[in-house]
Design a protein around this ligand. Structure first.
Ligand code: SF4
Length: 364
C-alpha cells in the first residue's frame, strides 16, 4: 500500500511525517501548481467546490508517483464534504486512476475510536512507536503553527521584501524532517530565532487583518493565491484564524478527557447565525464579530465559489460589518480567479483600512 492524503498548505506535513514514522510508504501530495488545478478542473463537475478540484488534481499527481490509496477525513453535516471520498473515488476510477480510499470518520464523542482506526492501518508497529510518532507529529504541528504566526508578524515589517518567506520555508522544511521530540524542540526555538533576526523597519502601528473562511482555502496558499503573503508585503499583519492545534484540542483531546468544548465562537455568531450550516460557516461569522471586538482593522473572508456554508456566512457578514464598523473583503475563488484581480482588490482594501484609521486619528 502506498498512501497519500489531501494537502492543506504546510499543515498536513506532520501527518505525512507521522505515517512515515509508523512505517507506511507515503507519497506526499505535491505542492499544488497550475497543472494540479488543470487536472482537477478537467475531471470535476464544473460547479463542485474548488478544494475538491485541487484535491483531485493532487491525487492524480500522487498516483503518477506511485500512490494507490488515499487517507482522508470523513464529514457530516449539510455541505458536500461528507460525499468527497465517494465522489472522488468514482471520478478517479472513471478517469483511469483507480485508488482505494480510507476515510477516518469524525469521532462524534468517541475520539479514541479515531486513534484505533489509525492503529489498524499500522498494525506492524509497536504501540510505543505508534504513540511516539503521534507525539512528534503533534509537537511539530504546534511548532509550525507558532512560527507561521510569527512569520506573519515579521513579514509586515521586514526590511527586505521576501526575506521572511524564504526563512519561513527553510525552517518549515527543517521541522518537517525532524523525527524526535528533542529535535522538534530544538528546531522550533531556532526557527523563532531565525525569524527574530530578520532585519525590520520601524512602523508606528501595523494594520492587523484577520483571515477567515473555509478551512482549505485559508490553509492552502495556492488556493488563496498567497493572500497572506500579498498582505504581508503591503505591510499588513495577517492573523489567520485557522488552527489545527485548536481543532484537535477541541474535537479530540477535550473529547477523550471529557472536558467542555469552547463554544465561544458559536456564541459570538449566535445573534446573526444561530444554526450549524456545515463547514466553517458559523465560525466565519463568529470570527468577524471577534475581530471587530478585538479591534482588528479589517477582515478578509476567503471562500470557494459555490461553497454553501460560506455563502450563508457571506449573506450575514455585511450586517456584522455594518453594526461593528469593521471593513470586510470577501474573495470568492476558483480555477478562474486571476492574480492581478486579487492583488488590485487587496491593495484597495488596504488603502481603505489605512484611510479609515487616519480618519479616526484626525477626529481624536
Ligand atoms: S465547506 Fe464548502 S468548500 Fe468545503 S466541502 Fe463544504 S461546500 Fe465544499
Amino acid at each position: 500500500m502506498k498512501i497519500t492524503y489531501p494537502r492543506m498548505g504546510d499543515w498536513t506535513a506532520p501527518l505525512g511525517g507521522m505515517l512515515e514514522q509508523m512505517g507506511l510508504t507515503v507519497v506526499r501530495p505535491p505542492t499544488p501548481s497550475d497543472r494540479t488545478r488543470n487536472i482537477g478542473a478537467r475531471l470535476s463537475p464544473e460547479f463542485i467546490c474548488y478544494p475538491l478540484k485541487l484535491n483531485l488534481g493532487n491525487y492524480v499527481e500522487a498516483y503518477e508517483l506511485g500512490a494507490d490509496t488515499v487517507l482522508m477525513a470523513g464529514g457530516v453535516g449539510p455541505c458536500r464534504f461528507g460525499y468527497y471520498a465517494t465522489i472522488q473515488k468514482d471520478i478517479l476510477a472513471d478517469a483511469g486512476y483507480p485508488m482505494e480510499f480510507i476515510v477516518l470518520e469524525p469521532p462524534k464523542g468517541h475520539a479514541l475510536s479515531l486513534l484505533s482506526q489509525l492503529r489498524k492501518l499500522v498494525q506492524n508497529v509497536s504501540l510505543c512507536d505508534f504513540l511516539r510518532a503521534v507525539e512528534v507529529a503533534w509537537l511539530k504541528l504546534q511548532a509550525m503553527e507558532d512560527i507561521h504566526i510569527l512569520a506573519n508578524q515579521v513579514r509586515a515589517v521586514e526590511a527586505v521584501t521576501g526575506q521572511t518567506s524564504a526563512v519561513y520555508k527553510q525552517q518549515i522544511a527543517l521541522l518537517d524532517s525532524a523525527t524526535t521530540v528533542e529535535s522538534v524542540k530544538g528546531l522550533w526555538s531556532r526557527a523563532r530565532e531565525a525569524l527574530y533576526n530578520i532585519k525590520k523597519v520601524r512602523r508606528e502601528r501595523v494594520p492587523v487583518v484577520r483571515l477567515i473562511g473555509e478551512i482549505y482555502m485559508i490553509s492552502e496558499p495556492f488556493a488563496n493565491l498567497d493572500v497572506e503573503e500579498r498582505l504581508g508585503r503591503m505591510g499588513v499583519c495577517v492573523e489567520n484564524t485557522l488552527s489545527l492545534v485548536d481543532y484537535i484540542r477541541q474535537n479530540l483531546i477535550a473529547d477523550v478527557l471529557r472536558m467542555h468544548r469552547d463554544r465561544s465562537l458559536q456564541e459570538e455568531a449566535r445573534p446573526y447565525l444561530a444554526h450549524f450550516v456545515g463547514g466553517e460557516g458559523v465560525e466565519s461569522v463568529g470570527n468577524t464579530v471577534r475581530a471587530a471586538k478585538q479591534r482588528c482593522d479589517g477582515v478578509v473572508h476567503v471562500m470557494p465559489f459555490t461553497c454553501m456554508p460560506e455563502i450563508v456566512a457571506q449573506s450575514v457578514i455585511p450586517t456584522v460589518s455594518e453594526e461593528y464598523g469593521i471593513p470586510v473583503l470577501t474573495l470568492i475563488l476558483d480555477e478562474h480567479s486571476a492574480e492581478a484581480g486579487i492583488q488590485t482588490r487587496l491593495e484597495a482594501f488596504v488603502d481603505l483600512i489605512q484611510n479609515k484609521r487616519e480618519a479616526v486619528r484626525n477626529r481624536v
